[in-house]
Design a protein around this ligand. Sequence first.
Ligand code: SF4
Length: 222
Amino acid sequence: MAIDLDRCTGCQACVAACHAENNLPVSDPESAAKGRAFHWIRVDRYYEGEFPEIRVKYMPVLCQQCDEAPCEPVCPVYATYKNEEGLNVQVYNRCVGTRYCANNCPYSVRFFNWFDPKWPAPLDLQHNPDVSIRMTGVMEKCTFCIQRIQRVERSAKEEDRPVADGEIQPACVQSCPAEAMVFGDLNDRESKVSRLAESGRATRLLEDLGTRPKVFYLQKAE
Ligand code: SF4
């Protein structure tokens, strides 16, 4: 995935879309105060300068789908691992809730279910049937909307054709009004996301840690 920080306006449409698509509960103020808020994607804010000459920068942060993911080797039951497409996946029914993975993630993008989630009416009517609802004691995080990836791959297979570049759109990508996010196949050198990742503007978050994230941030043009 590539995220253009020069386009992001901080509107948080991606956050709302992720909640709706992936059946994320909304934390009450008490849980949020204890650090138990749920956002598979969040928008960090950075300020530059002094008031009134102040500039705000926005940075959407989600699971970086690291090639050398620090969360993977610390899971005692292999609930999180890399699949053959390079996605860092989470097997919910294998997770025993030690939270080692969240403690070892430098990006703070993993979330633990302290309680069975509740959706007060009418929110209970909006569940996405393609996505499971996670229960107490289970770790969860962004999957790049794996249900959408699989749906497109199945259609392409039935129609005996390759998946087209840009055909798979995670909810955050689809909902972004600024088209700041691009998703695609990094193994395809011609894909839009590959070209952006190889542009001079691409950087990776906390790259010095050696985690080799697969999310590329395109820095603001000066
Ligand atoms: S929807 Fe797009 S513009 Fe809005 S916060 Fe998310 S990435 Fe930024």
